[in-house]
Design a binder for this molecule. Structure first.
Ligand SMILES: NC(=O)c1ccc[n+]([C@@H]2O[C@H](COP(=O)([O-])OP(=O)(O)OC[C@H]3O[C@@H](n4cnc5c(N)ncnc54)[C@H](OP(=O)(O)O)[C@@H]3O)[C@@H](O)[C@H]2O)c1
Length: 251
């Protein structure tokens, strides 16, 4: 999602400074700073002279990593030029606290809120890209293992990125309305559509997998009927409009 965000910010005429551990692609209007958010001095340098912060960095597979990434930022913000911090978070966190990652995200939201920095807190449901990766990982020899009872309302990351870019040129707004895709569906339905898109009969095997995310997503905890609907449905995203890099991910 990061690169879609940068592109959308440039189009709005902003000068963008991206910060990540990888070397970035050169692009007009973009300064890429290679560094680690865990380094307080690198964070201070990256923030110098910037007026808006969009914090997107995450390491969902490493317990405690996101708090470690946010801490140097939160320490540096009071002495920086930042007038507006935007934190990207996830729909339904309060309902999904059985999953360590979601506990951490809620903790970070509260740290930003308590920091006193002028803030916009944007939540969204799971990205189509993430759901596709998940379904691919659950697929072994063309059979998809299916945790029962999971319902999602996936959203196109590019649409969320455009919305975030709009927020960067707006005023701090506190917690704003969640973003979600147009369709609420079981993971089973989403996986079936993915198989059909691959041109094969869906082969699903229901298995109660002991994965915290799947437990957290039960009882429609990850969906939001009140969310602002953005972007394409899962089915149309899977179709012709899917970005090239995602098409390349297909098996
Ligand atoms: N994925 C979803 O379905 C979803 C749904 C709702 C909300 N969100 C939220 O949206 C945000 C972005 O998620 P995403 O899925 O787009 O993430 P992503 O593709 O995994 O990107 C995470 C970024 O964090 C950077 N990063 C990680 N550790 C870093 C470090 N130590 N220092 C500097 N940069 C670091 C990575 O760059 P390097 O590896 O180059 O450092 C990468 O660009 C997160 O806050 C996530 O919780 C995600």
């Amino acid at each position: 999602m990061d690169s879609a965000c940068f592109r959308s910010c440039w189009r709005r005429g902003s000068s963008v400074r991206a910060f990540s551990r990888r070397p970035g692609m050169p692009a007009p209007g973009l300064t890429w700073i290679q560094g680690d958010l865990c380094s307080p001095s690198a964070v201070r340098q990256a923030l110098a002279g910037a007026d808006t912060l969009l914090h997107l960095a995450t390491q969902p597979l490493q317990a405690g990593a996101d708090v470690a990434l946010a801490r140097p930022l939160l320490q540096a913000l009071p002495n920086s030029d930042i007038q507006h911090a935007i934190y990207m978070s996830i729909t339904g966190l309060e309902r999904m606290q059985t999953a360590p990652y979601y506990r951490e995200k809620l903790d970070i939201e509260r740290r930003f809120e308590d920091s006193g920095v002028p803030l916009t807190l944007q939540r969204s449901t799971q990205f189509h890209e993430f759901v596709m990766q998940l379904v691919q990982r659950l697929t072994v020899s063309r059979v998809t293992l299916m945790p029962p009872g999971v319902t999602l309302q996936p959203v196109e990351a590019r649409a969320v990125a455009h919305h975030l870019a709009q927020l960067t040129v707006g005023e701090p707004a506190g917690r704003v309305r969640d973003l979600a895709g147009p369709e609420t569906a079981t993971l089973e339905h989403l996986a079936r559509e993915w198989h059909l898109q691959q041109g094969r009969r869906p082969a699903l095997l229901e298995v109660p997998l002991p994965v915290p995310l799947f437990r957290a997503w039960k009882h429609q905890a990850a969906v939001s009927p009140e969310a602002q609907v953005v972007g394409q449905s899962w089915a149309s995203w899977l179709g012709d409009a899917a970005p090239e890099d995602v098409r390349a991910m297909r098996t």
